[in-house]
Design a binder for this molecule. Structure first.
Ligand SMILES: Nc1ncnc2c1ncn2[C@@H]1O[C@H](COP(=O)(O)OP(=O)(O)O)[C@@H](O)[C@H]1O
Ligand SMILES: Cc1ncc(COP(=O)(O)O)c(N)n1
Length: 519
């Protein structure tokens, strides 16, 4: 930690009561590989929030977790049923039992419940002055239930001065300032600055409650402890209802990583990446009927091998349904498609295959194994052959003009952009939909055509080509390569694969619809 970023708590040096080593303010200088982190918070017997979430979060981020209970909360993923607060004197006993014995590297404070508990924690902090104190000013659970008595809000404001970092969500930030909740991110940052100014504390402003496509977070400090007043990190917004305990987990992780790295900016960068992964894989846990927990140990739990393809296939179900409803697909199966539209489709297909072949050649160049290199090289070669065959057997004599259409251009441009700037995994995800959707749509078309009685069908010879077992086998291989490429990838990279696949799938949809618009 640099002297600048360690800030005001380096001002005085004290000794740890537990081990007589230089502690608190001084100990901020010592970076621990496995920091000893104490959570002071309420409980959640369903394990997603409060102390239970904190302990998982601390362990998942490389710390040794400890916990002193402020309140026993009967709650689950659906809501809070009741709260039992043990006598404040017993909280003091818990806290001193730990601090008399263990050198504490960081403290995370969560639910406090009432002003008596707040006072107890405040006095203990003043005595022990831990090197890292992260305060999550818990007021209301995700379910909407109150976790802080209204009359305790002022006491909580006073406690802010004893924290190094405070992590309010947007409604909590507003209550702490006595203002209305911020309506957008700029207003949220302004409120963060104001809180930092009033209480001399660093604020982690969180964008989880904003109705936005992404999820920004920012460290805000007007007292010069960061490189700028605002240090922002953005991630995508994960589409899941399982966000119970996200704030608890984030603040416990920040306390842990800060004690490990000594750098707030570095800590938020690392924690946000971890939290994003925990949200992406939250649905795997299947805990409870309400807002379930996040997957704290996602980095330590391997995904099932076929997971990426299963997930991306589910995500694109809507696109497939739209394809099957297109006039082009219905009319091709029924044999009522106009010759002009069919010709346009074939000509664009030939155009497309030329560009697609180049993307496949690039995948071959990037492939990590000879086997994959050969697979993509063969596929690139096949595309050129099929293109030539299309011209020879299907287009010659049809008199179709074959300039590149707008959809073909957009699709090929997308593939070439990923070829030029994307990773191997991303490129593989971008090229697979052409195989997979073609095989899928072809299979359905073939079934429809057969069940309608094939005799006299004007496009029968074309539809028969869909039943090619060699192509089906190549599709299975391409999907297996994609799954292998997705294994062990960091979550952000995996999301880029998802996006590349989805874009291509959408272009497949538009490609099938283009003859109706442009033929
Ligand atoms: N759907 C989501 N996708 C990605 N990140 C999220 C999502 N929801 C919340 N977060 C992140 O989780 C953390 C907690 O956010 P927030 O919901 O604002 O606070 P709280 O859980 O305290 O109400 C923040 O880092 C926020 O950016
Ligand atoms: C004991 C306790 N502390 C905090 C929360 C807030 O949880 P969330 O992060 O979902 O708002 C909770 N539900 N229970």
């Amino acid at each position: 930690m640099s002297l600048q970023s360690s800030g005001r708590w380096l001002a005085s040096v004290e000794f740890c009561r537990a081990c007589s080593a230089l502690s608190s303010n001084g100990a901020a200088m010592t970076i621990r590989t496995t920091p000893r982190v104490l959570s002071i918070a309420g409980t959640d017997p369903s394990g997603g929030a409060g102390i239970q979430a904190d302990l998982k979060s601390i362990a998942a981020n490389g710390g040794y977790g400890m916990a002193a209970v402020t309140a026993l909360v009967a709650q689950n993923t659906q809501g809070v049923r009741s709260v039992h607060t043990p006598p404040a004197s017993f909280l003091t006993e818990q806290l001193t039992a730990v601090s008399d014995d263990v050198c504490i590297d960081a403290v995370k404070i969560g639910m406090l419940g009432d002003s008596e508990v707040i006072g107890t924690v405040g006095r203990w902090l003043a005595e022990v002055s831990p090197a890292v104190v992260v305060l999550d000013p818990v007021m209301v659970a995700t379910s909407g239930d109150r976790l802080l008595a209204a009359e305790a809000e002022e006491a909580l404001r006073l406690l802010l001065n004893q924290a190094h970092l405070v992590t309010p969500n947007l409604p909590e930030l507003a209550v702490l300032l006595g203002a209305a909740p911020a309506a957008d991110w700029q207003e949220a940052l302004a409120q963060g600055r104001e809180l930092s100014r009033r209480h001399g504390v660093m604020v982690l402003v969180k964008g989880g409650h904003l109705p936005a496509e992404d999820c920004p977070d920012a460290l805000v400090d007007v007292n010069g402890r960061l490189a700028g007043e605002v240090v922002e990190f953005r991630s995508g917004r994960v589409r899941t209802k399982n966000t119970h305990g996200t704030g608890c987990s984030l603040s416990a992780a920040m306390a842990t990583v800060q004690a490990r790295t000594g750098d707030w900016t570095e800590s938020l960068k690392e924690v946000k990446e971890w939290l994003f992964g925990a949200l992406v894989r939250a649905d795997e846990l299947e805990v409870g009927k309400g807002s379930g927990p996040i997957h704290h140990f996602h980095q330590h739990t391997p995904r099932p091998a076929d997971r990426f393809s299963t997930e991306v296939w589910e995500r694109t179900a809507g696109i497939r349904a739209e394809i099957m409803e297109l006039d082009f697909v219905r009319q091709l199966a029924a044999g009522t498609l106009s010759e002009a539209q069919f010709g346009y489709y074939l000509a664009q297909d030939a155009r497309y295959l030329n560009g697609y072949s180049r993307a496949l050649a690039r995948a071959s160049a990037l492939a990590p194994t000879e086997q994959e290199q050969l697979f993509w090289a063969k596929s690139a070669h096949n595309c050129i052959e099929v293109e030539a065959q299309l011209h020879r057997e299907w287009l010659a004599g049809r008199g179709v003009q074959s300039e590149q259409g707008p959809v073909t251009k957009a699709y090929v441009d997308h593939l070439l952009a990923v070829s030029a700037a994307g990773s191997y995994a991303e490129l593989v995800a971008a090229v697979v939909p052409c195989y997979w959707l073609y095989a899928h749509v072809g299979g359905e078309l073939y079934d429809r055509y057969k069940s309608a009685g094939a005799a006299g069908h004007p496009y029968g010879a074309w539809i028969e080509t869909y039943a090619d077992e060699e192509f089906a086998e190549a599709t299975r291989q391409a999907v297996a390569i994609m799954d292998a490429a997705a294994q062990q990838l960091p979550e952000q990279e995996r999301e880029r694969m998802m996006a590349a696949f989805e874009h291509s799938a959408r272009y497949e949809l538009h490609f099938f619809d283009a003859p109706r618009l442009y033929a």
